[in-house]
Design a protein around this ligand. Sequence first.
Ligand SMILES: Cc1cc2nc3c(=O)[nH]c(=O)nc-3n(C[C@H](O)[C@H](O)[C@H](O)COP(=O)(O)OP(=O)(O)OC[C@H]3O[C@@H](n4cnc5c(N)ncnc54)[C@H](O)[C@@H]3O)c2cc1C
Length: 126
Amino acid sequence: MVDYIVVGGGPAGCATAGRLSEDASTSVLLFEQGPRDTNPYIHMPATYFKTAKGNLLTRYRLQPQRHQNMVTPEIVQGRVLGGGSSVNAMVYMRGCPEDYEGWAAMGCDGWGYDDVLPWFKKAEDN
Ligand SMILES: Cc1cc2nc3c(=O)[nH]c(=O)nc-3n(C[C@H](O)[C@H](O)[C@H](O)COP(=O)(O)OP(=O)(O)OC[C@H]3O[C@@H](n4cnc5c(N)ncnc54)[C@H](O)[C@@H]3O)c2cc1C
């Protein structure tokens, strides 16, 4: 018996499972369809091109794109513990401060740029 089951071990699933399991009395089961994140290129900066081949990605073929001359682009998603964050290019994008201020003005308390900036810095390991 577990208290929570989290499906998908990408950033969202790992953060959710991690936060839930901070309470030692809570049991959490995390399901990830891909392998563990033992591939060395996951842990080496700027080598994401090495993980772009092999079995760490799911490759989706899109339907013919009417506004792109009917091409059928391939879209890849991470399929490994850590999800896309295990295979991504480490490009950090904080977004536009004005967007956050706009959401805060619409009533999203805690979503102003000054509110979210410390969390971006924490994620970036500054
Ligand atoms: C090649 C690549 C490069 C990228 N580069 C950057 C970058 O430089 N900077 C940036 O900010 N973002 C980048 N991204 C995007 C970023 O990685 C994603 O936005 C982020 O990982 C999304 O997190 P998520 O938890 O929502 O989903 P995902 O990371 O997609 O995680 C979902 C997880 O769920 C698992 N899963 C799915 N279905 C099931 C199931 N039925 N059972 C069990 N497990 C399941 C998948 O295997 C996967 O591990 C990149 C993504 C890719 C794929």
